[in-house]
Write a new protein. Structure first.
Length: 156
């Protein structure tokens, strides 16, 4: 029988806890700290594993909303227009990408727009885009903080 993902992650935690940590020299505090950090991350992954697809879909939807809003709100010259076209392509998911890769593609297209706006964006476009991005970041940061609240990293 092939172990499932949770069993495999639990095995890694046991290995780190029962084999690696006890064999680290007492003066290897950084190595000990890093093993504890790895164990903590693996335990969080185990706890959140079933919710990851929904979280990533929500994250993509939020980035798509930002890209769509930027697309509708700013204009400019050749470089800005090219960046807006890149957003259109990313939003259309022309390559049939998975959720993670699509989020990366949307973010890269938005980054291209951010780079283009100072060069030839319409009057006020750069400031408008900056405010939209800051608002989006506040929104995403709150969701990201909520994602980790059960682990004591934040007290929201």
């Amino acid at each position: 029988m092939t172990p499932n993902v949770d069993e495999r992650l639990a095995s890694v935690v046991r290995s780190l806890t029962e084999v690696v940590l006890p064999h680290l020299p007492p003066d290897a505090s950084l190595a000990q700290e890093q093993v504890h950090l790895a164990i903590g991350h693996i335990q969080i992954i185990r706890a959140q594993f079933d919710q990851v697809p929904d979280f990533e879909r929500e994250e993509l939807d939020d980035y798509r909303d930002l890209a769509t809003a930027l697309r509708k709100s700013v204009s400019g010259g050749e470089k800005t227009s090219g960046a807006l076209q890149a957003i259109d392509v990313a939003l259309a998911n022309a390559g049939g990408l998975g959720v993670r890769d699509q989020r990366v593609a949307v973010n890269k297209a938005v980054e291209k727009l951010v780079d283009a706006l100072p060069l030839d964006g319409a009057e006020g476009a750069q400031g408008k885009a900056a405010q939209m991005i800051v608002d989006h970041a506040e929104h995403r940061t709150l969701k990201d903080r909520e994602w980790f609240v059960p682990f004591g990293f934040d007290t929201l």
